[in-house]
Design a protein around this ligand. Structure first.
Ligand SMILES: [Zn+2]
Length: 172
């Protein structure tokens, strides 16, 4: 038997009719700087190899990551934006939009690819986690610039090459 909806148990009882005249998100009257992060995952292969080094030096510096045919990593990528939360929407930036940007600008190009051979943005780089973070920064800051966002900045990019090895870049 369904419970009868009364004035006291109605789930909408805190949304009275005069709601439209109420001030929403008063807590945002004072500008609040917030950081929002979207986390995504991709798999890719790379070979760490600097053609200006000897084979011995490459092997010594990059060790297993110097393997001739490359090897794979399960990468995690975290992209953080910063800025003042919009009083009306309560959003800093719609994370569904950031998700779409990351899919189009990054994941569609790197997921299940060999970074050294398949991915234009890594041409003539040694794709370490540090370099990947910087290259992604360039791609994403360019993209955000074209969107002409007011008061939203790219704050940080973190590339997790493994659970324990992480590179962080903040555009400095
Ligand atoms: Zn590696």
């Amino acid at each position: 038997m369904s419970e009868q909806i009364t004035e006291h148990n109605s789930p909408a009882r805190w949304l009275p009719a005069e709601n439209a005249t109420r001030e929403i998100n008063k807590v945002l009257e004072k500008p609040r700087k917030v950081y929002v992060t979207r986390k995504v995952h991709f798999n890719a292969a790379h070979r760490l190899f600097n053609p200006t080094f000897s084979d011995e030096k490459n092997c010594q510096i990059y060790d297993v990551c110097n393997n001739f045919y490359g090897h794979g990593h399960n990468y995690e990528l975290e992209v953080t934006l910063s800025g003042i939360v919009d009083k009306e929407t309560g959003y800093l930036f719609d994370l569904k939009v950031l998700k779409k940007i990351l899919e189009e600008e990054i994941l569609s190009k790197v997921d299940h690819k060999h970074l050294n051979f398949d991915v234009e943005m890594f041409r003539d780089t040694v794709p370490t986690a540090e370099v990947i973070a910087v290259v992604f920064w360039e791609v994403l800051s360019q993209k955000l610039k074209t969107m002409n966002l007011k008061g939203v900045d790219l704050y940080e990019i973190r590339v997790f090459e493994s659970e324990r090895n992480i590179a962080t870049y903040r555009g400095e």
